[in-house]
Design a protein around this ligand. Structure first.
Ligand code: CMC
Length: 368
């Protein structure tokens, strides 16, 4: 009988992680890992984030699939938020003991998706409501009803905090949501495309993508980034804390990327947002010093691998600076990325076919 190979040899398998494998043609986003550039349908991320509102960026991405009029989209998002709020009591009743993210998934699963509106609009419009309500319920507070007249970012902050939000905080959150809107064939987007390729409902693709996003190697990193900054506490502790972590073979959260071999351009877009909030936040200064110490340590520890700051590092610092609880970082990532997932599902269903790759069998052979 042929023996199964040592599983150790499989971890070094070049197929693992599908690194460099092309799995789709897309007109949605181009992640240029060598030059550190991100293009969303022909526009650089720096020309979108902080310059256009989230709704406009979504419309730009959804071009040719959903509406062409910004007022129509804003109006639809407002109506959907109101419809989603009527599902919150169902979510609340069934979500005892769950975290915010699972509550959001529950809210989305419980919402019926009407046929008379593009599914992407309903799902993307509803998630901010489920996020805010899930958070408030988990804090023992009453959910706040949406205001359909407000922008997504303003209403989301208002529903979270229960008060009229600071305009600078709204702008910072909006910048964040635009920054993370789409990013090539990352793990969650690939998941969405695979599910969409079976002609499943878009809601199922989004629920699956949310699952993929939740892991710490993808969208779960910013909470641990903030934990790291808090654990280091003072700039003079950074070098030792970081070298101890690397000696323990731990990964520094907020650093490294599968595609970027240089700095993730989104890190600087978010850092620019922090600067707009003012420079007198001691945590921001601490974060900058930790970033410098981490980059120096990574260069030394992994000289053959270009490891630089990724989007999650300044996500954590920016969201913390506007008073967002760290338990909300991944839920917010899902909310901002969701229109991107939906766009990929629409593109997949318009142009693609069932995604069904092959595998190479390396198990034991059957006895005759
Ligand atoms: N800290 C320390 N070492 C690292 C890090 C890190 N952040 N990232 C990669 N390495 C090392 C890794 O240990 C490996 O070393 P060795 O060859 O000695 O085993 C080498 O670099 C190559 O790592 P890899 O696992 O082949 O790289 P990958 O392309 O699979 O990983 C990554 C990409 C993002 C999963 C990884 O860099 C990582 O775990 N970073 C920390 C988590 C994080 O910040 N995640 C957010 C990613 S950005 C948002 C998104 O797109 O979702």
């Amino acid at each position: 009988m042929t023996k199964a190979p040592n599983p150790g040899t499989l971890t070094a398998d070049p197929i693992a992680g599908l690194e460099g494998v092309v799995a789709a043609h897309t007109s949605l986003s181009d992640v240029d890992g060598q030059n550190g550039r991100l293009i969303l349908r022909g526009k650089q991320i720096e020309d979108l984030a902080g310059r256009v509102w989230f709704e406009e960026a979504v419309l730009h991405l959804w071009h040719s699939y959903v509406f062409s009029d910004i007022d129509e989209l804003k109006h639809a998002f407002g109506s959907v938020r109101q419809a989603a709020f009527s599902v919150v009591s169902v979510m609340e009743a069934a979500s005892e003991g769950l975290g915010v993210y699972e509550r959001m998934q529950l809210g989305l699963a419980a919402m019926s998706i009407p046929k008379d509106r593009p599914q992407a609009v309903t799902i993307s419009g509803a998630l901010p409501v489920f996020l805010a309500a899930a958070y408030r319920i988990s804090e023992g507070k009453s959910p706040i009803a949406p205001d359909p007249q407000l922008s997504v970012a303003e209403d989301l902050l208002r529903m979270l905090k229960g008060e009229e939000p600071d305009a600078d905080h709204v702008a910072a959150l909006d910048r964040y949501l635009v920054t993370i809107l789409d990013h090539g064939l990352n793990a969650s987007t690939f998941t969405a495309r695979v599910i969409g390729s079976t002609e499943a409902e878009m809601k199922q693709a989004v629920l699956g993508a949310m699952g993929a996003l939740s892991g710490p190697l993808h969208g779960g990193a910013p909470g641990p980034v903030l934990d790291m900054i808090d654990a280091i506490g003072r700039p003079e502790n950074a070098d030792k804390w970081i070298s101890d972590a690397l000696l323990r073979k731990e990964r520094l959260m907020g650093f490294g990327h599968r595609i970027y071999r240089t700095r993730d351009p989104r890190a600087d877009v978010l850092k620019a947002g922090l600067k707009k909030l003012g420079t007198n936040n001691p945590k921001v200064q601490l974060a900058e010093e930790i970033e410098a110490a981490a980059l120096a340590a990574l260069r030394k520890a992994k000289p053959d691998r270009a490891l630089d700051t990724n989007v999650e590092f300044y996500t954590a610092v920016l969201l913390d600076a506007i008073g967002i609880d760290r338990t909300l970082f991944t839920p917010l990532f899902a909310t901002g990325r969701n229109p991107g997932w939906c766009a990929h599902v629409m593109e997949q269903q318009a142009n693609g076919k069932l995604i069904r790759p092959a595998s190479v069998y390396v198990g034991p052979q059957a006895e005759k």
